[in-house]
Structures are given as C-alpha cells and as structure tokens.
Design a protein around this ligand. Structure first.
Ligand SMILES: Nc1ncnc2c1ncn2[C@@H]1O[C@H](COP(=O)(O)OP(=O)(O)OP(=O)(O)O)[C@@H](O)[C@H]1O
Length: 410
C-alpha cells in the first residue's frame, strides 16, 4: 500500500498476481483503504498498516472504497527473456523486497502486470498457472539502474575468451576483432514469442558454440556424417591456392585476396581470419546457399559472432557445447588429440583440461542469454544423440524467439 502525503489516505498500491488478495478478486490497485479488522487506517504509515495485517489472525476484514477507474485488470501476459541478472536482495529501491523475484540472464519471464511504470509483476517459466507472481523492475527502471552502474555489469569491457596465442582455428578472426557486447545493455528484457517454423520456410540456422577443444567441430562433423542429406555446413572461402584433389565449392570457395578483402569490406563474412598469409572465412551467402537447398545449416562460430547472426531471416537456434568436469574430461579424452595449428597435434595435457573447463564457464557466464540449449559434451555418443534430438525439436516444435523475428509487418 502507499500513503497520499497530503491527505494521509492509504491506497492499495499493487496486488500480487496469484496471491491471496488477487485470488479473492476483491482488492484492486487504487482502492482506498478505510479499515483493517475494524481499525481505521487513515493517517497511518504503510508500515503500521502492514503491522496490523501481520498481527491479524484468521479472517482479515478490509473496508475499502473501490477505485472507480479500476478496469478489469486482466492484462494479456507478455513474454520476455532476461538479458541481465537481477537480485531484489541487492536492490534498495524495491518497494517490497519480500515480493521481489530474482532472475538470471536467459530466464524466460511471463510478465503478468505492466500497469506500474516502475515495477512489473512476473513469473519465471516454466511455472504453474496458480503460482504467485513476483515484483521485477520495469525495462525503463532496469535501464536507469544500468546507467547508474548500479551493479557490476559483467558484459562490459573487452574480454578475449580465446587469447591469440591459443587461437587454434585457422579460419577464425584474431582477438583484436572480438567485439564487446555493444547493444546488449540497451535491452534488459527481450520480448519473445513462441514460433514454429512453417514447413515452406527455410530451416532455422543451427549455431554451435563452445570453448576451443571442447568438441564443437567433432560433434558438427559427426552429425553431418550421420545424416548428410539433412545436415550441412557452409563451404568456407579462402584466398589460398587450390590443392590437388580439391574441388572449387566443395572444400572451399577459392577466391583472390582482393575479392576476399572486398567481401570483408562489404560485411559478407560472419567470421574470417588469417593463417600463414592466407585468408579464410565463412560468408553469409554460403549459409544462405545451404538453407536454400532445404538443408539444415550447422555453423560453429566464436560466441561473439552470435549477435551478427541473430537476424529475422536466419532465426538462429544457439546450442552451447559445455565442457564436463575436469575429472570427466580426463576420463573421456584419453585418446583425443588437440590441434593448435598445422604443426602442433598432441594429446591433451592436465592444464588443457583445467583451461577448457574454465573457458567453458567464462563463455557460459557471458553469453548464456543467447543460448537456446546446452549440451554437455561428456560421452561423445550421448552428446551427439542429445544434439540431434535438440536440433529436431528446434526445427519442428514451438520455440521462443524474439518477437521482432516473428512479425510479418517489417
Ligand atoms: N566427448 C568426447 N570424448 C572424447 N573425445 C572428444 C569428445 N569430443 C571431442 N573429442 C576430441 O577432442 C578433440 C578436440 O575436438 P574438436 O576439434 O572438435 O574441438 P573444437 O571445440 O572444435 O576445437 P577447435 O575450436 O580448436 O576446433 C578431438 O580430437 C575430438 O575428437
């Protein structure tokens, strides 16, 4: 409740969805509270009214003058993905900390009440219809908190997840181009809607991300081998000369350095990089080519490239390939080889396992708001089966996507 400082009148500020008062259907925001259990409340502080309620036993009797402007408060829920973390315990501005709800980046929220400009009511999905909503800051409130640097914002600043010296993949961009998550701060919540791909539309792009050496490449190759008529990866471009046994457009699209650089300038690459003086890159056209042929396109990219690929046209479904514990890495990777460049091809060391697990954790902490699913690459066979079933669901069952991807009016 809140008090009108001029008149001393006490009003109902909000009714928590799913709570006792809401279920009774008798109290509404804006109602003037006259008495609680026969005690007049006019002129009291809201805390004193709460104390009366706390001390009450059994039935609580309210005398109220209903808010005449109260329309039936059945708002249509809005679905949002949290792009930031929030904890009511660390927020001194929350009007009712007990009613606050914490959430983490990536959580799906059903926002059931947005009538207050500062504090919304929401439930974390999945939840039951009868569950009680909690208070969360509105988008504008969260944005102003972010501006105040109210909490330590983990997304700011440049953190290179793969240091240059351990850049294992020849086709990847150097770390100088790792972009901080610009724009991520602008949207504390991303409105989402359920989407199911209509059969006549292209398949959704499948993005695999994970720490170097976790097995992203291995899983991608296995999936394609298992079902080459369904899965395909885009054919990369390179400026290096064609070798014996290679076919243009099969291993690579072979192009001149000048054309490669021209394509870079025109933002035609999702990722590109240099190795031994030659350029390598994955173009958006190569992705389109796979999708146009009716195949499911699987790409394996650096996490910072996810944002470039998050478009209405591609509607990517992002799967994070997570490292298991160091213990399990040790057990499962006995015969595995780590390839750090053309000349280094060696067994995993104990330090590699520790670094792998740590890098995996860092990537997850930083990018989990973009992940649709997580697969732990423990046993290779199991991970492959899991991945295959997740991809099937992504293509054939309803999934949450940003509403901006599902609108037809653009
Ligand atoms: N679950 C697993 N069990 C055992 N070995 C695995 C498993 N997953 C991957 N490997 C092996 O680990 C090594 C590294 O895998 P892979 O090359 O796919 O890593 P990556 O994440 O694609 O790394 P990079 O980014 O360097 O390409 C390979 O030898 C691969 O066969």
């Amino acid at each position: 409740c809140w008090r009108n400082e001029e008149t001393g009148d006490i009003y109902i500020a909000r009714v928590i969805h799913g709570g006792l008062a809401d279920r009774s259907g008798l109290l509404h925001p804006g109602d003037l509270l006259v008495e609680v259990n026969g005690n007049p409340v006019g002129g009291l502080e809201p805390e004193q009214v709460i104390q009366i309620l706390i001390n009450s036993r059994g039935t609580i009797l309210f005398k109220v003058i209903p808010n005449p402007a109260q329309s039936s408060s059945s708002q249509k829920p809005v679905y949002m993905r949290a792009m930031v973390d929030y904890s009511p315990l660390q927020d001194s501005s929350i009007p009712c900390p007990d009613a606050g709800m914490w959430f983490s980046r990536g959580d799906l929220l059903e926002v059931v009440d947005q009538s207050d400009g500062h504090w919304w009511q929401a439930k974390k999905l999945p939840c039951s219809a009868a569950s009680c909503a909690g208070l969360i800051p509105s988008a504008s409130m969260l944005k102003s908190k972010q501006r105040e640097q109210w909490w330590c914002q983990p997304l700011q600043g440049h953190v290179c997840i793969r240091p240059c010296k351990t850049s294992f993949r020849k086709r990847r961009q150097s770390c100088t181009s790792c972009s901080p998550l610009s724009g991520a701060l602008a949207t504390p919540y991303e409105e989402v809607a359920l989407y199911q791909r209509p059969p006549q539309e292209n398949h959704r792009l499948i993005i695999l991300v994970g720490a170097t050496g976790v097995g992203v490449n291995e899983l991608r190759k296995r999936l394609i081998k298992l079902n080459p008529s369904t899965f395909q990866s885009p054919v990369p471009h390179t400026s290096r000369p064609i070798r014996a046994g290679e076919q243009p457009g099969r291993e690579y699209h072979f192009i001149t350095k000048e054309l490669f650089e021209y394509m870079v300038c025109n933002n035609r690459f999702v990722e590109y990089g240099e190795s031994k003086g030659q350029l390598y890159g994955t173009s958006t056209d190569a992705i389109d080519e796979v999708l146009k042929r009716g195949r499911m396109c699987i790409v394996d990219v650096e996490p910072h490239s996810i944002q470039t690929l998050r478009t209405k046209k591609l509607k990517p479904y992002v799967i994070f390939i997570k490292a298991p514990s160091v213990e399990r890495l040790r057990q499962t990777r006995r015969d595995a080889r780590i390839i750090t460049n053309y000349t280094v091809n060696r067994a995993f060391s104990e330090e590699d396992f520790v670094e792998l697990e740590e890098t995996s954790r860092v990537i997850e902490a930083r990018y989990r708001q973009f992940f649709d699913s997580v697969v732990v690459n423990d046993d290779l066979q199991d991970a492959c089966m899991q991945l295959s079933s997740i991809i099937h669901q992504a293509q054939h069952e309803p999934q949450w996507i940003p509403v901006s991807w599902s609108r037809t009016d653009e």
